[in-house]
Design a protein around this ligand. Structure first.
Ligand SMILES: C[S@@+](CC[C@H](N)C(=O)[O-])C[C@H]1O[C@@H](n2cnc3c(N)ncnc32)[C@H](O)[C@@H]1O
Length: 261
C-alpha cells in the first residue's frame, strides 16, 4: 500500500462512521440474540470492546443485552477523536465505561480471566499479529466467556457492490483482511469453540444517503484513494443511480463467536 494514513484520527471519519454506519435496531437484536444464545451468562458482567470507535456497535448491542445496566464496560481505542465521540455517545445514554484504554490492542496489556464478552466489530483487519493478540484475548476471557468478531470474508468483500466503483479500495481491503479460516484456526488452537455465521446487513437505502456515505469516505478504505479516484467513483455511482430513489446497499458480514469452555 505504501500510504501513511490514519483515518481514525480524522474527526470527519468519526462523524461519517456515526452518521452512516450505526447498527440498526433490527441488527442490534440479531447480534444480541447471537450473544444471548452463545454466552453462558444471560447478562455479561464484564465486557471489553476492542476498537469501539464511536460506539455505533457497542451501544445498540448493550441496549439489547444489558437493559438493566449491570455490565461493566471497558474499551480499547487508539484514536482520541473516536474516544471523544464514544464518551459523548455513552454519556447520552447514561452509561459510563469502567475503563477506556487509549491504545492499540497490540500494545495493551489485559487482565487475566476478566471479561465475559469481548467485542471486535470491524477491527480485526486493522490488527497486526492476530496470533499474539488472540492469545491475549483468550487469556482475558472468563471461563464460559465469549469473543464476538464482526468482519468480512474475502468473498464478501469481492461481492460487495460499491467496491466495483473503487477497484483500488477492494485491493486494499483484501490485503488487510485476514481470511476467516486463518482467523478461526488461531482461535481453535487456543481451545475456544467456534461458530461462524453469515449476517445479512444488506438493505435498501435512499440514493442520496448512499452517495453521501461514499463521498464522505464512511469506510476507512476510501481514505486510501486520491480525491480524483473518489470523485470518479462517486460520479459513476451518481450517473448509474440518476433516476433511482432507492439503492440496494450490499453489506453481508461474517460473525465469528469463540467461547472459552
Ligand atoms: C471501522 S472502525 C469500527 C468501530 C466500531 N467497532 C464499530 O463497529 O462501529 C475501527 C475502529 O478500530 C480502531 N482501531 C484501529 N486500529 C486498532 C488497533 N490496532 N487496536 C484497537 N483498535 C483499533 C479505530 O480507531 C476505529 O475506531
Amino acid at each position: 500500500m505504501g500510504v501513511d494514513i490514519d483515518p481514525f484520527s480524522d474527526p470527519n471519519y468519526a462523524h461519517a462512521l456515526e452518521a452512516f454506519r450505526a447498527l440498526s435496531p433490527e441488527l442490534a437484536t440479531a447480534y444480541g440474540a447471537i450473544v444471548k444464545s452463545s454466552a453462558r451468562r444471560e447478562h455479561p458482567l464484564s465486557a471489553l470492546d476492542v476498537g469501539a470507535g464511536a460506539g455505533t456497535f457497542l451501544i445498540p448491542l448493550l441496549n439489547e443485552i444489558d437493559s438493566d445496566r449491570q455490565t461493566r464496560v471497558s474499551v480499547v481505542e487508539p484514536s482520541s477523536a473516536m474516544r471523544a465521540r464514544l464518551l459523548r455517545n455513552l454519556r447520552a445514554v447514561d452509561r459510563n465505561p469502567t475503563s477506556v484504554m487509549l491504545a492499540r490492542i497490540e500494545d495493551q496489556k489485559l487482565p487475566l480471566s476478566e471479561f465475559d464478552l469481548i467485542l471486535l466489530s470491524e477491527v480485526t483487519h486493522l490488527i497486526e499479529g492476530w496470533d499474539r493478540v488472540a492469545r491475549r484475548l483468550a487469556a482475558a476471557l472468563t471461563p464460559g466467556g465469549l469473543i464476538l468478531i464482526r468482519t468480512s470474508s474475502h468473498q464478501q468483500l469481492r461481492e460487495r457492490d460499491w467496491y466495483q466503483l473503487f477497484p483500488r479500495a477492494l485491493e486494499v481491503d483484501l490485503a488487510r483482511h485476514i481470511g476467516i479460516k486463518e482467523l478461526t484456526d488461531v482461535l481453535r488452537l487456543l481451545s475456544l469453540s467456534i461458530e461462524v455465521r453469515t449476517v445479512c446487513e444488506s438493505r435498501e437505502v435512499g440514493t442520496d444517503w448512499y452517495l453521501e456515505l461514499l463521498a464522505n469516505r464512511a469506510f476507512s478504505t476510501l481514505h486510501y484513494l486520491t480525491d480524483e479516484e473518489l470523485a470518479e467513483g462517486v460520479a459513476q455511482a451518481r450517473a448509474a443511480l440518476e433516476d433511482k430513489r432507492l439503492v440496494y446497499f450490499d453489506y453481508e458480514m461474517t460473525c465469528v463467536t469463540a467461547m472459552k469452555r
